[in-house]
Design a binder for this molecule. Structure first.
Ligand code: NAI
Length: 286
């Protein structure tokens, strides 16, 4: 049987739980070879067992990878290439709730850790995935997990919301740089999805809470996001890039929307703009 991802190789970060796990199982069912990178060892083992039971063992690998660490991300991509020969799909999905509480009490360390996982993690995933995709030259699909919290204010803690907004813009801007290589970059902005992350510490099921403010009667499931990731990963979405698809049971339908036009043509100049800090920028031609 031919699946929608037959012959494709995918890496999924945060793939041992929630949205990432549902995506890993869906991608495998659709014929992909999948590498999951995740920090949680026991959930990695559980998923490896499930994949074997379902007969996907040959097409599945799970590895310990911290998406905030460059060497880990490079090794995770390398594992996909050495195990399965190539990389076609990168799903940058790993996430944490990050810093929370009053902004006046938020420490710099907590703020930085939030951004390291949610934003640096996506940047590194893109950096190494694109290098691998460039070696075969057939293009590829990058999918980033953002959030409705990144689309409007009030959907999450300050650092988390700002980081997810960054992911949405990163998606648009990168899509411009990579379109000429037929590498698509899209994001998904989930609403309230019943996963261990959202359920953490809450006594009432999230789905029940969501039904009080969400237009759609049923709560969001990890599979709802996985199905969108599958569409974005597959060739069915071949002309879609730079897009963030909101999957939220109508939550944002009545909310504010901000349209940002990102312009960024690759010039060959690379470096670091340190703004008005007084520290010199680093600029060099590639
Ligand atoms: P989850 O907690 O079920 O799964 C997240 C996975 O990411 C875990 O397995 C965790 O070990 C892994 N992870 C966390 N930090 C990592 C790191 N530094 N390196 C590698 N792996 C790491 O959570 P869920 O809900 O499935 O979240 C997936 C993504 O969806 C996250 O980016 C989250 O922010 C986003 N999201 C979730 C929503 C929800 O309602 N559940 C709503 C909007 C966005």
């Amino acid at each position: 049987m031919t699946g929608r991802l037959t012959g494709k190789v995918a890496v999924i970060t945060g793939g041992a739980s929630g949205i990432g796990k549902a995506s890993a199982l869906m991608f495998l069912a659709e014929g992909a070879s999948v590498v999951v990178g995740d920090l949680n060892a026991s959930n990695r083992e559980l998923l490896t067992g499930e994949a074997q039971t379902l007969g996907y063992g040959e097409r599945f690998r799970a590895t310990s990878a911290n998406v905030a660490m460059e060497d880990d991300v490079a090794a995770m991509i390398e594992l996909a290439v050495t195990s399965f020969g190539r990389l076609d799909v990168m799903f940058n999905n790993a996430g944490i709730g990050g810093a929370f509480g009053a902004v006046t009490e938020t420490t710099v360390d907590d703020w930085d850790e939030t951004f390291a996982v949610l934003v640096r993690g996506v940047f590194l995933g893109v950096k190494y995935a694109v290098r691998a995709m460039q070696t075969h030259g057939d293009g590829g699909s990058i999918v980033n997990t953002a959030s409705v919290a990144g689309v409007t204010g009030g959907g999450g803690p300050v650092a988390y919301s700002a980081a997810k907004a960054a992911v949405i813009n990163l998606t648009k801007t990168l899509s411009l740089e990579l379109a000429c290589q037929r590498i698509r970059v899209n994001a998904i902005a989930p609403g309230a999805i019943q996963t261990p992350l959202l359920q953490q510490g809450r006594r009432v099921p999230v789905a029940e809470v969501a039904s009080t403010f969400q237009p759609w009667p049923e709560g969001g499931r990890p599979e709802d996001i996985a199905a969108t990731a599958l569409f974005l990963a597959s060739d069915e979405s071949r002309f879609i890039t730079g897009e963030t698809i909101t999957v939220d049971g109508g939550l944002m339908a009545g909310g504010p929307h901000a349209a940002l036009i990102a312009k960024n043509a690759p010039s060959g100049w690379v470096g670091m703009n340190r703004g008005t800090t007084g520290q010199a920028p680093t600029v060099h031609k590639r």
